[in-house]
Design a protein around this ligand. Structure first.
Ligand SMILES: NCc1[nH]cc(CCC(=O)O)c1CC(=O)O
Length: 308
């Protein structure tokens, strides 16, 4: 019998996705026992708007501290909440199969985005979603919203906001996809890099634990999210940057699309690249991410974009 402790945030989404992962892992390793350790992060405590947060990885540091101090043996994150740079002493042991990476629209009365009356109030704290809303509906008001997914849905239902945008992955995992009235196409409303994917981390020195976790790694997901995240690496983008990146692999054709925006006006620049890629060409996919980043950096809007 092997015993491991998993570190997770205590939000409904964090707990649900951690349990989803650990139950799949236990199916692969029948003699494994996993204990859950709940860890509160700065992101759970602070009420400051997310894009003004001073430290990157607000939801991440406490989990990594617990890992490095041996309070837990591995940790489960939403990949899109992780800073794009690797962290010393910590390995990405596993990136499991990605959930739905699209954004969903939740509005009171189930009114689609393009049919909302002028002046309707959209709650989002994401610079990327804000920019895209400003582009599509400059006549709406965007206001910052905080809280877990369930809280945000409740705020729309109570009328504090007319609508909000949420990742389908989170909604599906907690069983609330029913509240969505419209799902945006990824090529139209480019999601955040890594949206819908999880990242499972362990200490770099624990190669046995890494191998045990790696049974649930999905090679295609890893390649796609590496490409998307290298757009962020190449731009040195922080949480204040309005940037979307989405990669797909369709019968050997890899396509990476990214959109960089000026949050306040919704002006944006899109870049798309395609290449024939095999599943083992993760490095090449990452290089294409860096290539997209350098093209975006050279675009005329780059000087008006918020980088940190
Ligand atoms: N930043 C919060 C966050 N981090 C991960 C998810 C959803 C799940 C995912 O994208 O994997 C969400 C909520 C949202 O954006 O709707």
């Amino acid at each position: 019998m092997t015993k491991l402790r998993v570190g997770t945030r205590g939000s409904l989404l964090a707990l649900t996705q951690t349990r989803l992962f650990t139950s799949l892992l236990c199916l692969k390793h029948p003699d494994l026992q996993i204990d859950e350790v709940l860890i509160q992060t700065q992101g759970d405590i602070s009420t400051e708007p997310l894009n003004q947060a001073k430290t990157p990885g607000l939801f991440v540091s406490a989990l990594r501290d617990a890992l490095l101090s041996h309070e837990v043996d591995f940790i489960v994150h939403s990949l899109k909440d992780l800073p794009a740079q690797p962290f010393p002493g910590i390995d990405t042991a596993c990136i499991p199969l990605r959930e739905d990476s699209r954004d969903g629209f939740v509005s009171r009365g189930n009114i689609p985005l393009m049919q909302l009356p002028a002046g309707a109030v959209i709650g989002t704290s994401s610079p990327r979603r804000t920019a895209r809303i400003r582009q599509l509906r400059p006549d709406l008001t965007v206001m910052s919203i905080r809280g877990n997914i369930d809280t945000r849905i409740a705020k729309v239902e109570r009328g504090e906001f007319d609508a909000t945008l949420l990742a389908m992955a989170g909604l599906k995992r907690i069983g609330r996809a029913d509240v969505v009235c419209e799902i945006f196409d990824n090529t139209d409303f480019i999601p955040a890099a890594g949206q819908g994917a999880l990242s499972i981390e362990c200490r770099s020195e624990d190669s046995e634990i890494r191998e045990l976790l790696a049974v649930l790694n999905d090679e295609e997901t890893r390649l796609l999210v590496s490409a998307e995240r290298h757009v962020l690496v190449g731009l040195d983008a922080g949480c204040a940057t309005a940037i979307g990146a989405w990669a797909s692999l369709d019968q050997g054709t890899f396509t990476l699309r990214a959109e960089l925006s000026v949050e306040s006006t919704g002006e944006s620049q899109r870049v798309e690249l395609s290449a024939e890629l095999g599943l083992d060409e993760c490095l090449r996919a990452s290089e294409l991410g860096l290539e997209i980043a350098s093209r975006l950096k050279a675009s005329p809007i780059a000087e008006r974009v918020a980088w940190k």
